[in-house]
Design a binder for this molecule. Structure first.
Ligand code: G3D
Ligand code: MG
Length: 161
């Protein structure tokens, strides 16, 4: 393998981004992912275990981990505790957090602002974060979220390009 090939491979590798999808049961994580890759969203089974999808977007290879639903129904308060604990995890140092406030097509959905308060996002200083309202069903604002997270990661990690 020539040096150029090695460099090219390294570059490809560098442009890989791992995204971990976490959220309440039934929040729409799998639907968001399927919608994004253009798969049929009408037949979505509850996720068993996990599901890894690889997709290309804006020159980046995204490895998205869609984690199966937990058996017990978490409430928002547990979600907040869990999120803040997770951010202390060493292996997530330097990770970027994007919160999708999904199902905005439903009248009862918490707004982005309400969710931001409920999850106490404003107290997060250790990570770059952003909250984006969206609807996986209509597809509205999904790309805005994904574009934000890619731009954030790219600006911090791939600055040499
Ligand atoms: P999960 O992977 O987070 O557990 P799923 O959630 O993607 O399996 O979605 C759970 C249910 O929520 C699905 O409905 C799905 O169609 C619905 N859903 C996901 N996103 C949206 C959205 O933006 N708006 C609305 N109205 N519904 C959404 P079913 O009926 O199959 O359980
Ligand atoms: Mg799922």
């Amino acid at each position: 393998m020539g040096l150029l090939t090695i460099l090219k491979k390294m570059k490809q590798k560098e442009k890989e981004i791992r995204l971990l999808m976490l959220g309440l049961d039934n929040a729409g994580k799998t639907t968001i992912l399927k919608r994004f890759i253009g798969e049929d969203i009408n037949k979505i089974e509850p996720t068993l275990g996990f599901n890894i999808q690889t997709l290309e977007h804006r020159g980046f290879k995204l490895n998205v981990w869609d984690i199966g639903d937990s058996a017990d129904k978490w409430r928002l308060d547990d979600c907040k505790t869990e999120l803040h604990q997770l951010l202390q995890e060493e292996r997530l140092a330097g990770a970027t957090l994007l919160v999708f406030a999904n199902k905005q097509d439903l009248p009862g959905a918490l707004s982005g602002g309400e969710l931001r308060q409920e999850l106490d996002l404003d107290s997060i200083r250790s990570h770059h974060w952003h909250i984006q309202w969206c609807s996986a069903v209509s597809g509205e604002k999904l790309l805005d979220g994904i574009d934000w997270i890619i731009a954030d990661i790219a600006s911090r990690i791939f600055t040499l390009e």
